[in-house]
Ligand binder design. Structure first.
Ligand SMILES: N[C@@H](CCC(=O)N[C@@H](CS)C(=O)NCC(=O)O)C(=O)O
Length: 246
């Protein structure tokens, strides 16, 4: 009967998300851009125990990670990039974000995966700043220098891509922009300086004004950047370590 059905299926899909996290941001951007109505369920990770590790959420995703998307038919899918493809496939009557034309199509597929490179390269910096005791941080100088170099090398690829097309994969907004923009916007929030990459800077300023970017922007994030400026902290570690060795 009607009431039974109402408890079994929901009228809107649910997105479990962590505020300010790159993977959740990617999916939200696609949902807003495609115009898919959803219920967002924010899980807190700063509290102990983390809400992502509650029994209720682990029953939905045993890894206890967000984003996790629960569709109206009960389908559950995790992993941000997989969810992007899922939305494209299973919400066919929404704004398409993967072009049909082959040369554009393959670029979108490639860029979606490539967007993860920058996340993977950057991650050690957060490890050092957030998870390493202060007195140990100086010993990571070499890995910081290496990581900063790799970030620059990686950014150079994206700068080059943007000399060829207006958006990150082709001349219109696609799933690749949903995958990539939150990565670079997050790094900027953490203090990344894009002065060496003017085209990328310009791209960010364009995307930033899109309704989907505004709506998916992390809650309570000030325009001036995060409380912890990762890039400033690691640069200070390098400078202080050089002083110690003088
Ligand atoms: N590869 C995953 C990464 C997901 C992930 O690491 N999510 C983090 C937020 S950035 C999370 O939910 N963490 C919760 C926890 O650590 O308990 C994806 O792209 O979706």
């Amino acid at each position: 009967n009607y009431y039974q059905q109402a408890t079994l299926t929901t009228s809107k899909p649910t997105l479990y998300f962590v505020n300010g996290s790159i993977p959740s941001w990617r999916v939200m951007m696609a949902l807003y851009e495609k115009g898919i109505d959803f219920e967002g369920k924010r899980l807190k990770v700063m509290s102990t125990p983390k809400e992502t590790k509650s029994a209720e959420f682990l029953a939905i995703n045993p890894r206890g990670l967000t984003p996790t998307f629960v569709d109206t038919d009960g389908s559950i899918i995790a992993e941000s990039l997989a969810i992007l493809h899922y939305l494209e496939e299973y919400y066919p009557n929404t704004l398409p974000l993967v072009p049909v034309e082959k040369s554009e199509h393959i670029k979108v597929l490639q860029r979606i995966q490539e967007s993860q490179n920058l996340v993977d390269i950057y991650e050690p910096l957060e490890e050092i700043v957030f998870k390493t005791p202060k007195e140990e941080q100086l010993s990571h100088k070499d890995s910081i220098i290496k990581t900063l170099q790799l970030i620059d090398q990686e950014l150079a690829f994206w700068e080059m891509y943007l000399t060829k097309t207006t958006f990150i994969a082709c001349d219109h907004f696609t799933l690749a922009d949903c995958a990539f923009y939150p990565v670079i916007a997050y790094l900027i929030h953490r203090g990344l300086n894009l002065d060496k990459f003017p085209i990328l800077k310009n791209y960010i300023n364009t995307i930033k004004t899109k309704p989907a970017a505004i709506k998916s922007h992390p809650i309570d994030w000030a325009e001036k950047g995060g409380k912890i400026n990762i890039f400033r902290v690691v640069n200070n570690i390098v400078v202080n370590s050089n002083k110690e060795n003088e």
